[in-house]
Design a protein around this ligand. Structure first.
Ligand code: HEM
Length: 450
C-alpha cells in the first residue's frame, strides 16, 4: 500500500479520547515519548482532533514556511484569543498581515539598537537593588526578578512609559492568566465558562490587567505625544479605505499581546539560563572572562554584542534545552501531504521545540548542555528548522532579535558586577503552561564579582 493511503504510526491512546488524557496530564512527556517511539512523523488522535506531530526539520519548514498559507493557528489558541483578544499572535490572514506590517518598523535593527541603552539602564536599576541584597546576604527569586526587569524594558521601549505602582499588577496577574489558559488548552468551552473559582480568578486577573493596558493607551491619547514607538505606530494607523483608526478594543488586544509576549518569554529564557549556569561553572567562568575582556569595565552596549559570543551561545543553548515557547500548533485550512502522508483539512500539526531540540539525529547527546553547538560551523551543518525557539516562517516571532539583544545585554550587565548563585538542592521541574516555567521559584544569592 502506498503511503498516500495510510496514516503515520502513533500511540492509540484511549477509546474515543485518544491521547487527550495523556496530553492533559503531561503534554511534554506524551510528545517526547511519541517521537521516541514512532519517529519523525506521528499520528495522534486527541478527543475530536486528528493531528501529526512533526519533528523532521523539512516537515516543519513545509508547515511553517513553504506552505504556511495552508495553515492557521490551531484551536489551542482559542483560549488565548478568548483572553488576550484577536492580536498579532492569534489573528489570521489579511487582518494579521496588516497588523504585522504596522508593527514591523518598531523591530527594525536601528530601532533595536536605539533601545539597547534603555535595556541596560533598566538592568542597572535592578542591580542597584541587588547591591543592597548582596551586602545583606539575602536571596532573590530569579523568575520574579527577571519578570520585573523584562516587563520594565518592554513597557519603556514599546510604550515609552513606566508602570510605576501598577507594575505589581502585571507581575501578579499574568502568572494567574498563564496558569489558567495553560490548564484549559484542552478543555471544553463549558469548562472555561462555568463559575468555578479558577475561572473567576482568571476573570478578575484579566479585569485588573485590562485596566493597566487601557491606562497606557489613554495616557498616550491624552498627551498626544508621538514617541516613534510601537504604540504610536498603532495609534497613527489609518485604514486605507475608510481612514478610520484602530478601535480601542483592537489597540487593547495588540498592547496586551505585546506586553505579555514581549516580556514573559524573555524572562523565562534568562531564568533557565541562570539555572543552567549554576550547574555548569565552566560556562559561568567563560562568560565572566568574556564580559571582563570585552567590556573592560564599561557598561555593555549594542556595539559589544558582536564580541560577546560565548554569552550568546549560552543563551542559545538554554533556549534549546528550555524553549520558553515549548510547543505550538496549526490547523490545516485545506488538504495537504506531509512526508507522503495525507493530512486532511481541519487536522492539526504539532510543532514542539522542546521535542525537536532533543532529537538525537539533529542534536547528538541531546540532554548535554553544550554551548559549542552554536559555533558558526556547527550551526551551518544543521538544517534551519532543527532549532525553532522563535518558530519560523511568516508567523515567526517578531521580537526574536529584540529578545536576543535584551538577553545578551542583561547577562553581560549582570556578569560584569555579580555572580548569581542559585541556592543548592533545588530540584527545578519545567512546567508546560502557555510557556515553560520553572514549577517552583528559583532562589539565588547574588555575590559581588571580585
Ligand atoms: C526568548 C524570548 C521569546 C521567545 C522564545 C518567543 C517565541 C515565539 C514563538 C515560538 C512565536 C511563534 C508562535 C507560533 O508560531 O504560534 C512567537 C511569536 C510572537 N512573538 Fe515571540 N518570543 C520571544 C520574545 C518576544 C518578544 C521580546 C516580543 C515582542 C517584543 C515577542 C512578540 C511576539 C509576537 C507579537 C508574536 C506573534 C507574531 C505573529 O504571528 O506575527 N516575542 N514568539
Amino acid at each position: 500500500m502506498s503511503a498516500a493511503h495510510v496514516l503515520p504510526a502513533g500511540p492509540r491512546g484511549y477509546p474515543i479520547l485518544g491521547v487527550l488524557p495523556d496530553l492533559r496530564a503531561d503534554p511534554i512527556r506524551t510528545f517526547l515519548d511519541a517521537a521516541d517511539r514512532y519517529g519523525d512523523i506521528v499520528h495522534m488522535k486527541a478527543g475530536p482532533y486528528h493531528g501529526f506531530l512533526v519533528t523532521d526539520p523539512a516537515h516543519i519548514r513545509h508547515v511553517l514556511q513553504d506552505n504556511a498559507r495552508n495553515y492557521h493557528k490551531s484551536p489551542l489558541y482559542d483560549r488565548l484569543r478568548d483572553n488576550l483578544g484577536n492580536g498579532l499572535l492569534t489573528s489570521e490572514d489579511a487582518f494579521w498581515l496588516r497588523q504585522r506590517r504596522l508593527a514591523q518598523p518598531a523591530f527594525h535593527r536601528e530601532r533595536i539598537q536605539a533601545m539597547a541603552a534603555t535595556m541596560v539602564e533598566c538592568t542597572e536599576h535592578m542591580l542597584e537593588r541587588w547591591e543592597r541584597m548582596a551586602a545583606a546576604g539575602g536571596t532573590i527569586d530569579l523568575v520574579e526578578e527577571m519578570m520585573a526587569l523584562t516587563q520594565a524594558i518592554i513597557v519603556r521601549t514599546m510604550f515609552s512609559t513606566d508602570l510605576g505602582a501598577t507594575a505589581e499588577i502585571v507581575n501578579r496577574t499574568w502568572p494567574i492568566i498563564n496558569r489558567r489558559i495553560g490548564e484549559t488548552f484542552w478543555a471544553t468551552k463549558l469548562e472555561t465558562t462555568l463559575p468555578l473559582p479558577a475561572n473567576r480568578r482568571l476573570r478578575r486577573a484579566l479585569g485588573e490587567l485590562d485596566a493597566v493596558v487601557y491606562r497606557i493607551i489613554a495616557d498616550r491619547r491624552h498627551s498626544g505625544r508621538d514617541e516613534a514607538d510601537l504604540l504610536s505606530m498603532f495609534l497613527s494607523a489609518r485604514d486605507e479605505e475608510t481612514g478610520a483608526g484602530m478601535t480601542d478594543q483592537q489597540l487593547r488586544n495588540e498592547v496586551m499581546t505585546m506586553l505579555l509576549a514581549g516580556h514573559e518569554t524573555t524572562s523565562l529564557a534568562l531564568s533557565w539560563t541562570y539555572w543552567l549556569l549554576s550547574q555548569h561553572s565552566d560556562a559561568e567562568s567563560a562568560i565572566a572572562e568574556e564580559v571582563a575582556r570585552v567590556l573592560a569595565g564599561a557598561r555593555p552596549s549594542f556595539a559589544h554584542l558582536e564580541q560577546l559570543k560565548v554569552t550568546r551561545r549560552v543563551i542559545e543553548e538554554s533556549l534549546r534545552l528550555y524553549p520558553p515557547a515549548w510547543g505550538f500548533s496549526r490547523r490545516a485550512v485545506g488538504d495537504d501531504e506531509i512526508g507522503g502522508y495525507p493530512l486532511r483539512k481541519g487536522w492539526l500539526v504539532f510543532v514542539i521545540p522542546f521535542v525537536v531540540h532533543r532529537r538525537p539525529n539533529l542534536w547528538p547527546d541531546p540532554e548535554r548542555f553544550d554551548p559549542a553547538r552554536f559555533t558558526p560551523e556547527r550551526e551551518a551543518a544543521r538544517p534551519r528548522f532543527a532549532y525553532i525557539p522563535f518558530g519560523g516562517g511568516p508567523r515567526g516571532c517578531i521580537g526574536s532579535q529584540f529578545a536576543m539583544v535584551e538577553a545578551q545585554l542583561i547577562v553581560a550587565a549582570v556578569a560584569r558586577r555579580f555572580r548569581v548563585v542559585p541556592v543548592e538542592h533545588q530540584p527545578i521541574r519545567p512546567e508546560p503552561l502557555i510557556t515553560l516555567r520553572p514549577a517552583t521559584p528559583i532562589r539565588a544569592h547574588v555575590a559581588f564579582r571580585t
